[in-house]
Design a protein around this ligand. Structure first.
Ligand SMILES: Cc1ncc(C[n+]2csc(CCOP(=O)(O)OP(=O)(O)O)c2C)c(N)n1
Length: 374
């Protein structure tokens, strides 16, 4: 396995010292090392992978140097447009190195949302004309491969990729902790929200651990899962899904349970929610200031004011709470409030190690959810 510090050292010795990305569990040992050892200006955790390509392009234009962009293969979809219409050699021909975490590699068991993307990751790169290597876990080979990729990227001035399997980097634990002394855990906040809802309410929950916690809580309470649409992939789009439902099912309250990383990823949807203004739309943001599900690397979640953003996007009501008491108080008034409403709950980072995963397939989830909607 590769030692994150050695690989990092090799890159920086070769003038790769600007990083931008969206965190990924396959890459977390390496990118956590970067987060701990590179200043925020030179390791930008971007809103989405398309923005990463933009940021890396700007860096290259300004310095002439080669940036490294890290992402999960899920995020390749977000990056396709700028990779084809900005950095491609038929357009501006911008060199950069993509480091792509490979979830869902064929033959290796993974979650349903990773299967298709995992199958086509290499073909997608080929189709886009992006040469790649699959990083070897043995240090000498990995350095040899990386040397070649850096040389080729520089000599051809085009995009190249390093595809990384989940087990390539040795364990490295992130030391940059999000400082907060928030009293509520997301799981407790989630339980409080669920317990306050009516029988007919609908939930669309975001990608990552929040949906897993929701799934487990329903099991614990011996409830079914038919009221919950678990957005297991498609990070950042649960608010759009919820909006699509809320506009058609005006008689049902729709709750989007969102994460700060996810909300930042596609914040533009808030403008549609605010201006279309369905009064049955309730947006609950669990803000832990981090991409907790993939290693806890920071988001800008605690540095921005989500409530002001939602107000500016024309939400009818916004409120931020950070105690159990205030959360319960707000939820007790929910029946008197019309949407669109944003409740931001500032929560700590303390999910359980033994958190399970949904044991029903996305297709079954959809079928039961649709039945319940009717
Ligand atoms: C497009 C895309 N990029 C990256 C990922 C990997 N990923 C899964 S969950 C997650 C973090 C989500 O962060 P947040 O919404 O703040 O929720 P938290 O993990 O903190 O609960 C990331 C980056 C993904 N699934 N899809």
């Amino acid at each position: 396995m590769l030692k994150p510090n050695n690989y990092f050292k090799y890159l920086t010795q070769n003038e790769i010292d600007f990083f931008v990305g969206v965190p990924d569990s396959s890459l977390k040992n390496f990118t956590s090392y970067i987060t701990d050892h590179v200043c925020k200006q030179n390791n930008i955790i971007a809103a989405n992978e398309g923005a990463c390509i933009g940021l890396a392009t700007g860096y290259h234009l300004a310095t002439g140097k080669i940036p490294l962009v890290y992402m999960q293969n899920s995020g390749l979809g977000n990056a396709v447009n700028p990779l084809l219409s900005l950095t491609d050699e038929k357009v501006y021909k911008i060199p950069m190195i993509l480091m792509i975490g490979w979830r869902g590699e064929p033959g290796i068991k993974d979650e349903p949302q990773h299967i298709k993307q995992g199958e086509i990751t290499l073909d997608l790169l080929k189709c886009m004309g992006i040469p790649y290597i699959i990083l070897d876990a043995e240090q000498e080979n990995a350095i040899k491969q990386t040397r070649q990729i850096i040389e080729d990227t520089k000599s051809t001035s085009t995009v190249h990729a390093i595809v990384v399997r989940p087990s390539v980097f040795e364990k490295y634990s992130l030391k940059t902790k999000i400082s907060s002394n928030l009293e509520i855990s997301r799981e407790d906040a989630l339980k409080t929200v669920i317990d306050s809802l009516n029988e007919s309410d609908i939930i669309v929950s975001t990608t990552g651990k929040l949906s897993r916690e929701l799934f487990e809580y329903r099991d614990t309470k011996n409830q079914g899962h038919e009221k919950d649409f678990l957005t297991v992939g498609s990070m950042g789009h649960s608010s759009a899904i919820a909006l699509g439902i809320a506009l058609q099912k005006k008689e049902r309250r729709v709750f989007c349970l969102d994460g700060d990383g996810a909300m930042l990823m596609h914040t533009g949807t808030l403008a549609n929610i605010g201006t279309l203004a369905p009064n049955n739309f309730f947006h609950i943001l669990f803000n832990n200031g981090a991409h907790e599900s993939v290693g806890g690397q920071p988001t800008a979640g605690f540095e921005v004011e989500f409530t002001e953003v939602a107000s500016a996007y024309q939400y009818k009501s916004v409120i931020s709470v950070d105690t159990q008491k205030d959360l319960s108080e707000v939820l007790s008034h929910l029946k008197d409030i019309t949407g669109p409403l944003l409740i931001e709950i500032k929560v700590g980072i303390n999910s359980r190690e033994d958190l399970g995963r949904p044991n029903i397939s996305p297709l079954d989830n959809k079928t039961n959810f649709v039945k319940n909607l009717k």
